[in-house]
Design a protein around this ligand. Structure first.
Ligand code: AQP
Length: 332
């Protein structure tokens, strides 16, 4: 594929109500690539079914994700926004890449180990081969950069290994992608247990702030956030709760850690937690307003899904055609 611009790709699973972690670690950063990159942002519903989903919820969340992408500043005329299952090339390339991904590599994936412990009754092959599908998502578009949270770094490294391995056998097939992981917001931790990642599937509602939580709920959740014994608002390894809140406040306000430590010198946890809650609610408020406006127009969202799928398919088919030819599949 001859590129006139570098390519940015990322995806989010419609597997639960999105959290502040998804927003700060990924979604919020997507729009800034649209000026200089050709952008593909995908709603990865095929990844979501690696754990059991209620069909009506999955469908509703897929619409919600499309509305959220747009509400977060992604213009469908400047970025290709689409649903993974609308572009069958993802599943087809995933099968091919499965044949170039080693059992040992997949066995080492932290997410697989964590999710199989959490869903011990459903350790399916899809959960195991999730990284090959993720590699297909990325490599189909000859992606240069992938904006993600740090939890996805290991999968990105495997994607690179698969692409390099494939290119060694069949030269010049895939672009080797680079992760783009922002220093602030790369790993937002649970408000209930700051040693654990904030996750949309966490059953403890006080652990997560949802992008669509109303102002009072957001402020209440921050008031209840677990902090550390002692006092002092500063970043420190022995203060994971406060460190997490400082990182959230920094992402929401653009202030540096030093500025924040100075701002709250001599103040108590109560004042600090309220300030973080308010800053977070202020940041999310315009996103929520736009989201609810868009959700009233399902026909528009479907039209955008269709447009995105057509654009994505055009690029995906080019790569898939090349891969099939290189592998020796007969093309009719
Ligand atoms: N806590 C987080 N901090 C920073 N970034 C995060 N991301 C997720 N959680 C945090 C980033 O969000 C993007 C989309 O994630 P995903 O939908 O692929 O799912 P995930 O990483 O498995 O996120 P969850 O919330 O933990 O989902 P569940 O509970 O369904 O497994 C990615 O770029 C991710 O880095």
């Amino acid at each position: 594929m001859i590129k006139d611009r570098k390519i940015s790709f990322s995806g989010i699973q419609p597997s639960g109500n999105l959290t502040l972690g998804n927003y700060l670690g990924a979604l919020k950063n997507f729009a800034e690539f649209t000026d200089n990159y050709k952008c593909f942002y995908c709603i990865v519903d095929e990844h979501a079914i690696t754990v059991r989903q209620v069909p009506a919820d999955l469908r509703r969340r897929t619409y919600e994700m499309m509305a959220l992408y747009i509400a977060c500043g992604l213009d469908p005329d400047r970025a290709t926004l689409y649903v993974q299952s609308h572009v069958p090339a993802h599943a087809e390339l995933a099968w091919i890449l499965n044949c170039f991904t080693m059992f040992g590599e997949l066995s080492r994936m932290t997410q697989f180990k964590e999710k199989s412990a959490r869903h011990a009754d459903n350790i399916n092959a899809g959960l195991f081969t999730y990284p090959s599908l993720m590699a297909a998502d990325i490599l189909l578009y000859q992606t240069d950069v992938v904006p993600v949270g740090i939890d996805q770094k290991q999968h990105l490294e495997l994607t690179r290994d698969i692409a390099i391995r494939f290119n060694q056998l069949y030269p010049d097939t895939f672009t080797i992608p680079e992760p783009v992981i922002k220093k602030t917001g790369m790993k937002i931790m649970s408000l209930a247990d700051p040693t654990k990642k904030m996750s949309k599937s966490d059953e403890n509602e006080n652990a997560t702030v949802r992008i669509l939580d109303d102002r009072d709920t957001i402020i209440r959740k921050f008031r209840r956030a677990v902090t550390d014994s002692g006092s002092g608002i500063r970043v420190s390894d022995d203060k994971p709760g406060v460190t997490n809140l400082i990182s959230i406040y920094s992402c929401c306000t653009g202030k540096s850690t030093e500025e924040i430590e100075r701002e709250f010198e001599g103040k108590g946890y109560g004042d600090f937690k309220l300030a973080v809650g308010e800053a977070c609610a202020d940041l999310l408020s315009p996103v929520q307003t736009e989201f609810y406006r868009l959700m009233k127009d399902k026909a528009y969202l479907e039209q955008m899904m269709k447009k995105g799928a057509e654009e994505a398919s055009y690029y995906a088919q080019k790569t898939l055609f090349k891969v099939r030819r290189k592998l020796g599949f007969v093309q009719l």
